[in-house]
Design a protein around this ligand. Structure first.
Ligand SMILES: NC(=O)c1ccc[n+]([C@@H]2O[C@H](COP(=O)([O-])OP(=O)(O)OC[C@H]3O[C@@H](n4cnc5c(N)ncnc54)[C@H](O)[C@@H]3O)[C@@H](O)[C@H]2O)c1
Ligand SMILES: [Zn+2]
Length: 342
């Protein structure tokens, strides 16, 4: 078992990483943060088939349980599913001191978290992320929300969970591409903030409690400094500035696009004499070991598009570059610099 505590002033919470947690200590950990009876589980139809009964069986002697299932996939991060989930919960007579559990990937986590932030002006919720991507990224940091009007994550709120429970055993049922999707973010954490994590990955081990722990340490540290995403959190965007463009243009999964985007940012760093070549080679080798895409795109061709990325503040592009493995820096480029230097 590995444990991390996200030290936020008003909403501190634990992340527990434990192999077979869903089979063994699930009930114990929930009882540590919740002492009422009623729990509502929100999940999608894929995760329902794999894990809902398992979870309900472990909890049924200690809690009164009910659940809401929505279709799987990004389309469910919608206002329609938000309304559906709220309606079902109200029909089922949810009260403001009841607990929600988000059982599933990032879609369930983001939607359930948003319901938890808004229904009764806020309900407690626990995240049980089951995809590697949600374990690495979306379940930590309190960003919740849905897509609306053609825009991703445009309606949302910051809402921290009471607890996050990660069982690495859930990786056994993920298909290869979903697994890779999370690996992109996991490796990113090593590159920007934890050299030890990259060393652990060298021999392509199975993703263990320790590896998840080392990866989440990086996200936790950044979230603690910048709970509401006004500065430091942008370092988590390493690989994303180019990655977002590639993802939309060529249909990669998010984590795969992050892998390709990291290589582009590393090459940009090399051209600016910020990133040593060994650094690029080391990241390339790890991505290759885990079968992530290594496709080459010339970053210079995409620099112009980065100006239109929604994350860039008026006229300045913040690139996250790597001076050394396990360290990152923010490199600001104005539109004028951009024209001049590249
Ligand atoms: N809030 C944040 O900070 C944050 C950060 C990153 C991503 N996100 C969001 O997360 C979402 C993507 O998350 P995702 O990749 O988990 O998508 P997802 O929730 O759609 O899950 C991917 C697929 O895997 C299935 N699945 C989940 N766990 C499984 C398991 N153990 N075995 C087999 N199948 C399983 C799901 O049913 C789904 O079909 C996006 O909407 C993205 O915007 C949010
Ligand atoms: Zn990402």
């Amino acid at each position: 078992m590995k444990e991390l505590k996200v030290e936020l002033k008003n909403n501190p919470y634990k992340i527990i990483i434990e192999e077979n947690l869903l089979e063994n200590n699930l009930c114990k950990y929930i009882k540590e943060v919740y002492n009422n009876k009623k729990i509502f589980i929100i999940t999608d139809d894929c995760v329902e088939k794999l894990y809902l009964n398992k979870v309900m069986n472990k909890l049924k002697n200690d809690f009164e349980l009910d659940y809401v299932v929505i279709p799987h996939g990004e389309e469910s991060k919608s206002i329609e599913q938000y309304i559906y989930v709220c309606q079902e919960l109200i029909k089922k007579d949810i009260r403001r001191n009841n607990l929600l559990i988000a059982l599933g990937g990032g879609v369930i986590g983001d939607l359930c978290g948003f319901v938890a932030s808004s229904l009764y002006r806020g309900l407690p919720y626990i995240g049980i992320p089951t995809s590697l991507l949600s374990q690495m990224d979306s379940s930590i940091g309190g960003k919740t929300g849905i897509d609306f009007y053609g825009r991703k994550n445009i309606l949302g709120a910051f809402k921290q969970p009471k607890l996050v429970l990660i069982d690495p055993k859930t990786h056994d049922t993920l298909d290869k591409r979903e697994f890779n999707n999370g690996m992109g973010e996991l490796i990113k954490h090593g590159v920007i903030g934890n050299k030890k994590l990259l060393d652990l990955l060298k021999d392509k081990p199975k993703i263990s409690e320790e590896i998840i722990y080392e990866s989440l340490k990086v996200k936790k540290r950044v979230v603690e400094i910048d709970e509401f995403d006004t500065g430091e959190r942008m370092t988590l965007n390493f690989g994303h500035t180019f990655g977002h463009i590639i993802e939309l243009k060529f249909g990669y999964k998010h984590g795969e696009a992050v892998a390709v985007g990291m290589l582009m940012a590393l090459r940009m760093g090399m051209d600016l004499n910020i990133t040593p070549k060994e650094c690029y080679d080391a990241v390339y080798d790890i991505l290759k070991k885990y079968d992530l895409p290594l496709d080459y795109y010339d970053y210079k061709e995409y620099l112009h598009d980065t100006i239109f990325d929604k994350k860039n503040l008026a006229g300045t592009v913040n690139f996250i570059l790597i001076p050394k493995l396990g360290e990152c820096m923010i490199y600001k480029l104005s539109e004028d610099d951009l024209k001049e230097k590249f």
